[in-house]
Design a protein around this ligand. Structure first.
Ligand SMILES: [Zn+2]
Length: 285
């Protein structure tokens, strides 16, 4: 999904599969609060627009890292948010949270009609989740109207939101979306499911992927752009040894955006070497 500071636009939909809830304990830190008692009531124009939709029904709460606005399922949303935070922080090597002390704002809509009313007010054509700055807006229910336990959209967007707490600077589009889509698709599925889902997408050549400066608009291109980006991040993280290299790779790409140089972190001599190895890996999909 499109995300990040100031980049606003349409996003693609992810079809969510509803799965039974995991019997997980609820976060100790979750507290439902009235609006007046929230520790931070500074919202962007989008935040204010969100709460203006069905204004009397919003409920609010806080966890250690999030201020949550929701219409139902507050504790489930709180739990998933903090679980993601912990997972993403660990994935990126437990680096320092640059926004420590500042909570991210999450707006969880329940009704598709409310979500659509909010979307109309933002000018975004279509999305089911969008991250903007330190705020994340999404439709928390699946196609059957119930809480979406699989949460692929939340996983994707929450990755953008939490990632922005640990890294400063602009990532190339493919890597920014690849990391988010990796969490949205790969980490919410088994490897076999992930491969099955990705297999259906036409390939997006690496030359083209690395050169992308703006979001594709053709639906088939959108699908293959996200899929190829996620597969590439899976390739970069497929073993524990490779996974620990990802934060360094990300730092290098933020610094120089020179993929030919950054792949040497993984022991490849150059991009041609990297592409050769990727071709074999990709053939397994
Ligand atoms: Zn995204």
């Amino acid at each position: 999904m499109r995300s990040s500071w100031g980049k606003l636009a349409a996003a693609v939909a992810i079809v969510c599969v509803i799965q039974p809830a995991h019997a997980a304990s609820l976060p100790d830190s979750f507290q439902e609060k009235s609006w007046d008692r929230l520790s931070d009531r500074q919202l962007s124009d989008w935040g204010r627009k969100a709460l203006a939709v069905d204004a009397t029904r919003w409920r609010h709460g806080e966890t250690t890292h999030f201020i949550l606005h929701y219409l139902s399922d507050g504790e489930l949303i709180a739990h998933r948010s903090e679980s993601f935070y912990a997972e993403i922080r660990e994935f990126f090597g437990n680096r320092q949270d640059l926004l420590a002390g500042q909570k991210s704002q999450v707006f969880a809509f329940t009704e598709p009609k409310d979500w659509q009313a909010f979307m109309r007010g933002t000018g975004v054509l279509y999305a089911i989740g969008i991250t903007r700055g330190n705020e994340f807006f999404y439709l928390a229910t699946g196609e059957d109207g119930r809480f979406d336990f699989k949460g692929k959209v939340q996983a994707h967007e929450m990755t953008h939101l939490v990632f922005n707490r640990f890294f400063v600077g602009q990532l190339p589009l493919w890597l920014n979306e690849g990391i988010a889509e990796y969490f949205g698709q790969r980490k919410t599925a088994t490897l076999a499911e992930f491969r099955r889902q990705m297999r259906g997408s036409p390939r997006y050549t690496l030359d083209r992927l690395f050169a992308v400066k703006s979001y594709p608009t053709n639906p088939l291109d959108v699908q293959s752009f996200y899929a190829e980006s996620a597969i590439l991040v899976d390739f970069l993280t497929m073993t524990d040894q490779r996974r620990v290299l990802l934060p360094r790779f990300v730092d290098a790409m933020i610094r120089l955006n020179n993929v030919n140089n950054a792949v040497t972190i993984y022991g490849y001599r150059n991009l041609a070497d990297f592409e050769y190895a990727y071709r074999f890996y990709r053939a397994g999909f």
